[in-house]
Ligand binder design. Structure first.
Ligand SMILES: Nc1ncnc2c1ncn2[C@@H]1O[C@H](COP(=O)(O)OP(=O)(O)OP(=O)(O)O)[C@@H](O)[C@H]1O
Ligand SMILES: [Mg+2]
Length: 257
């Protein structure tokens, strides 16, 4: 267990190992015998320390793709390597343990526990670690100080603004010192000023702590904070090049960013 202030590069991996590597990933949901194909044959790499924005129309599969990368859902076929580990091959128990220490997740509607204070919400992911009560508290306090909320430790979510709640959620995503942070429309429910704060924070985590970030967004301003942009449309992924052209990432393996 490392402190949330250490920088990201993962131990004992060749520098060339991508943070995330998708190989021919497809996802089809089945409902009442009916196949709902969502993602088709997607391959791309995200380098360590990259900040990637994922855009595309509603229903194009952005959240599905993010959930696959975060190990919340499993692909129908293909490989998803995070730090060289094929997470699709892990058992349920292994996957849950892996998720707890390797990925921080930020949601559009914060997903904080209403009955827990800001401090307790941030401490929650540490319950699965070997840290004792005092260490958990120290880590959670440090993470909350990093998002500028040291003066709100004992506030409940209902006693915080939307922007503050999202900063608590960012502290919770950060507290286990994950390599990868995935964010699904993190500014989607915020006013412009709060969105600016949240984007500045994500940018800081990326530049100063070297966190790899994959962010789904509909907000062009949010996407500008990222280093690279991918577009998902009808289950197919396109990279946006500097000349403004897009190219499909179907079947080929391409490095984004
Ligand atoms: N559990 C499920 N069972 C069946 N179909 C699903 C399931 N989850 C998602 N889908 C379908 O997969 C498609 C992609 O959904 P997804 O939530 O990934 O879209 P999205 O790009 O994140 O959209 P939005 O921008 O509106 O959040 C949609 O057509 C949706 O109906
Ligand atoms: Mg979505």
């Amino acid at each position: 267990m490392t402190s949330p202030v250490t920088a990201a590069p993962s131990a004992n991996l060749p520098a060339s190992t991508p943070a995330v590597s998708l190989r021919a990933v497809s996802k089809t949901y089945y409902r009442g015998g009916q196949a709902v194909p969502v993602l088709a044959d997607i391959s791309f790499d995200v380098a360590h320390g990259d900040f990637l924005a994922l855009m595309g129309p509603s229903g194009s599969g952005k959240s599905t793709l993010l959930n696959l990368i975060a190990g919340i859902d499993r692909p129908s076929s293909g490989q998803i390597l995070v730090d060289g580990i094929d997470i699709a091959q892990l058992s349920e128990g292994e996957l849950a343990a892996w998720r707890g220490s390797h990925v921080g997740f930020i949601f559009q509607f914060y997903n904080l526990m209403p009955v827990l204070t800001a401090l307790e919400n941030v401490e929650l992911p540490l319950m699965l670690t070997r840290l004792n009560r005092k260490q958990r508290r120290q880590h959670a306090e440090l993470a909350l100080s990093m998002v500028g909320l040291s003066d709100r430790l004992s506030h409940y979510p209902s006693e915080l603004s939307g922007g503050q709640q999202q900063r608590v959620a960012i502290a919770r995503a950060l507290v286990t010192d994950p390599t990868l942070i995935v964010a699904d429309e993190p500014t989607g429910d915020l006013d412009k000023a709060s969105a600016t704060d949240v984007l500045a924070l994500l940018d800081q985590l990326n530049r100063e702590l070297g966190k790899t970030i994959i962010m789904v967004t509909h907000d062009a301003r949010a996407a500008e904070t990222a280093h690279a942009m991918l577009h998902l449309d009808k289950g197919e992924l396109f990279a946006l090049e500097s000349n403004g052209k897009t190219h499909s990432l179907k079947t080929e393996s391409t490095t984004a960013g």
